[in-house]
Design a protein around this ligand. Structure first.
Ligand code: MN
Length: 488
């Protein structure tokens, strides 16, 4: 996992004299150091900027340095914003304006005009905010006292979204086979996603994967099966199927790593030369942070990898999901999500079980091994990126996952049960109105606000379906957005 950092750029000017500037710098260093202790990525103090050149120079360096995942700006004092224009116009990295203040309280006895001139963020941050608005800069504004936990949480969340931007810009997706025949929503403009999101989406032959599988040694398989045994409950005697999945995983991982791909797709319609659809293999790869999409769905695969990277510890509880069927009993309205095999174990409530079952769909000659488990209860989101023709739309819906309300003993796959917001049927209406796919990324630790931040940074349309959404409001919103995005 790459080590990212963020740069703290503090605005000021020469008007106040060197003594004030020294205080500003010392405080900015202190704030960066203290914040770095509580944030997921270091905040590195860079400069107290007083000139156009200082700002332009730090932006040029931020653009160039791969480890810099974004800049955080703040104006302790007043910083006339015309000096920021050239730098901000050149900025290619995520940008957060932290509207904060060094002191928490107004000191009743101490306050005089010297204090006012030193501590004028209320003043400086407005001048700073204007120029970003004037330049139509995509930016995050976070206001609050820098030592408050709420500010730490919001800054942490934004940093993770910005890391999602860095991961997106380097994203390479390996496709084994094409999309499932005739399916519309998994299609899309690969040139558009590379231009907008940075994704390189390319195809490798299934035959190349089979060749790679034939080179896998028994010793390599032994080692991976030992890892499976340590991570999961063995609930099958069919060791052959597990070893076959291990061989598939090792071969896919070698090809992914060789090409620098962080996400992959395959399709049950093209398993030529393979005996089993990768189930356990894909699931264990997802557990390691790789993105996956079934039926050739490269959009959901890349998004899975990005949401994982945005999650806790750089590999959070996010996974490829598919809406399957509903429970429509009043007061118990839930969606049941699963997939043919490939549900990520990061969503599991308990230790997953390795099982083998017959799989009727597709080219499977033998019963594939897969991980079976129940999803965790808790708040989450489902995310879908769709291609509207001429632009990309990111749809995010808030959900509340529950422990599945029935055991479903004959269901041979991992399952997650949830209630969409605002309620199941209104939520489904809104999702369908917006054109959301049947494939999603389901996440327990990425929030809708983080996805909004990510979409803003990527300059794509964002639609959020939450507790307050109604089909009427949503239709109006989509109509306006359709016009706006045609003009953009
Ligand atoms: Mn599917």
């Amino acid at each position: 996992m790459k080590q990212y950092e963020f740069w703290f750029v503090v605005g000021s000017q020469f008007l106040y004299g060197s003594e004030v500037l020294e205080i500003v710098e010392a405080r900015a260093r202190e704030m960066a150091a203290e914040l770095s202790k509580v944030l997921p990525y270091p905040l590195v103090y860079k400069v107290t900027a007083k000139t156009n050149k200082e700002i332009t120079d730090v932006v040029k360096e931020a653009n160039y340095r791969d480890e810099c995942a974004g800049i955080v700006t703040w104006c302790h004092t007043f910083s006339p914003s015309k000096m920021w224009i050239n730098g901000l116009a050149a900025l290619q990295k995520p940008y957060c304006h932290l509207a904060t203040q060094y002191n928490k309280e107004i000191p009743n006895d101490e306050i005089d005009m010297d204090f006012m001139n030193l501590n004028q963020a209320a003043h400086g941050d407005r001048e700073h905010g204007f120029i970003a608005a004037r330049l139509r800069m995509p930016r995050k504004v976070i206001a609050g006292y820098w030592q408050d936990e709420k500010v730490h949480k919001r800054l942490s969340d934004w940093m993770k979204a910005a890391v999602g931007v860095a991961v997106s810009k380097q994203m390479k997706v390996m496709r084994f086979g094409d999309n499932m025949r005739e399916v519309a929503v998994t299609e899309g403009d690969k040139v558009e996603v590379q231009t907008k999101l940075g994704w390189q989406v390319n195809t490798w032959a299934v035959g190349d994967l089979v060749k790679e599988m034939n080179k896998v040694t028994e010793a390599e398989v032994d080692a991976l099966v030992a890892e499976y045994e340590a991570s999961y409950v063995m609930a099958t005697d069919n060791l052959y199927a597990i070893r076959y999945q291990a061989k598939e995983e090792i071969a896919m991982k070698k090809m992914l790593d060789r090409e620098g791909c962080r996400a992959f797709t395959n399709t049950f319609q093209d398993l030529y030369g393979m005996e089993q659809l990768p189930g356990l293999a894909s699931q264990h790869l997802m557990a390691q942070g790789y993105g996956y999409g079934g039926e050739g769905d490269w959009k959901v695969s890349a998004m899975t990898a990005i949401l994982k990277a945005m999650g806790e510890g750089g590999n959070g509880a996010s996974g490829f999901m598919e809406d399957y069927t509903y429970h429509l009993v009043e007061g118990q309205e839930y969606s049941l999500g699963a997939h043919m095999l490939e549900v990520c174990p990061s969503l599991a409530a308990d230790k997953p079980r390795i099982e083998t079952h017959h799989l009727g769909i597709g080219m499977n000659e033998k019963d594939p091994a897969r991980l079976v488990f129940e999803g965790k209860a808790g708040k989450g989101i489902v995310v879908s990126l769709v291609d509207m023709g001429g632009r990309l739309r990111l749809i995010v819906q808030d959900i509340e996952a529950v422990k599945p309300i029935m055991p479903m003993p004959n269901l041979p796959v991992a399952r997650v049960m949830w209630r969409a917001l605002p309620d199941l049927t209104t939520g489904v209406e809104c999702w369908i109105i917006a054109g959301g796919a049947h494939h999603t990324v389901l996440s327990y630790d990425v929030t809708a606000e983080q996805m909004r931040d990510w979409a803003r940074m990527m300059d794509i349309e964002f639609v959020h379906i939450g507790a307050d959404t109604t089909p009427e409001k949503l239709e109006e919103e989509l109509l306006v957005k359709d016009l706006v995005w045609k003009l953009k």
